[in-house]
Design a protein around this ligand. Structure first.
Ligand SMILES: Nc1ncnc2c1ncn2[C@@H]1O[C@H](COP(=O)(O)OP(=O)(O)OP(=O)(O)O)[C@@H](O)[C@H]1O
Length: 289
């Protein structure tokens, strides 16, 4: 697996900018003056304790829940002030994979992938079929998956089919909500590998909410930590390891986390096996802890 990309501030285009976001449900203030930038071509891992507001932020960015304050810019455009045609254009640049896939159970994989195409584009059926086949191949599913219903798919296949749907309109930025949750260690490592490949081949930008330490250590270029209702720290794994906060320390330096770099170091110093196999091993150790 590729090493995380290194960028300087100057060569980074901000694809998503979140400024001063406040979201509350009644008296429950979830996000309080939160700022975040996501850069083109990176995989950003977004972490935080349970119930801290990771999903709320993602849904707020996607305008699925209202916010009290703040500005969101996608590709430099202010989502709230653009005209309708520009807003639809921006929506088409975004793909989303919800936590449990959220495929339509009455539709086949092909039809699920074509839902965004039917919503936003006016294409002949034959072309939509060809595009769906392309996406199915892109996410590593066999061609015969096209005619299957979600109930006929394994958990890993559902994630891949949902990713294919998220990629239906060739987005610039995809949001993944806990994409490896529920997958076995091998399936999770393969999914990480797929995400990294898509970043490398399509130049995709990925915003990934995750609790998966292996994903954070193996594919994320940058990590942002949600705490105290805002982004507490963002940066590389090394930045996380040296950040002086009890939750960040225990998350990235706890017993489970410590095993991952140990495995990687052993691998780098000549142990047998590919990077992916080492990640799978680390996942199995983590799960056994
Ligand atoms: N629609 C809603 N109405 C009221 N409160 C909500 C709503 N959605 C989320 N919340 C509250 O917002 C807070 C943050 O929830 P959120 O689901 O974003 O957490 P999370 O960080 O994604 O958690 P987890 O890692 O467990 O998925 C919680 O207190 C939750 O109860």
């Amino acid at each position: 697996m590729r090493a995380p990309q290194k960028h300087t501030e100057a060569d980074r285009e901000v694809i998503l900018s979140v400024r001063d976001i406040c979201v509350a449900f009644g008296r429950n203030v979830v996000l309080d003056h939160l700022d975040l930038d996501v850069y083109r071509g990176e995989i950003l891992g977004f972490v935080g304790g349970s119930g801290t507001g990771k999903s709320v932020l993602m849904r707020s960015i996607l305008r699925l829940i209202p916010r009290q304050k703040g500005v969101i810019r996608i590709l430099g455009e202010n989502y709230d002030t653009v005209d309708e045609a520009t807003r639809i254009g921006l929506d088409m640049r975004l793909g989303v994979l919800f936590q449990h896939g959220a495929l339509f159970s009455a539709l086949t994989v092909r039809e699920n992938i074509q839902v965004p195409m039917r919503e936003y584009l006016d294409l002949p059926v034959k072309l939509m079929d060809e595009l769906a086949e392309l996406k199915i191949d892109m996410v590593g599913l066999a061609p015969d998956a096209a005619d299957k219903y979600p109930s006929e798919l394994s958990g890993g296949m559902i994630k891949r089919a949902a990713l294919a749907r998220a990629l239906a309109l060739d987005p610039d930025l995809v949001f993944l909500d806990e994409p490896t949750s529920g997958l076995d260690p091998i399936g999770a490592a393969e999914f990480d590998e797929l995400i990294a490949q898509l970043r490398d081949t399509l130049g995709l930008t990925v915003y990934m909410v995750t609790h998966d330490l292996d994903s954070l250590f193996s594919v994320c270029d940058r990590i942002a930590v949600l705490g105290q209702k805002r982004v507490l720290v963002d940066g590389t794994i090394d930045d996380m390891l040296s950040f002086d906060d009890p939750w960040v320390q225990s998350y990235f330096q706890g017993k489970r986390a410590r095993r991952i770099p140990e495995r990687k170091t052993r691998g780098n110093s000549g142990a047998q096996g590919t990077g992916q196999q080492q990640t799978e091993g680390a996942r199995q150790e983590s799960e056994a802890t």
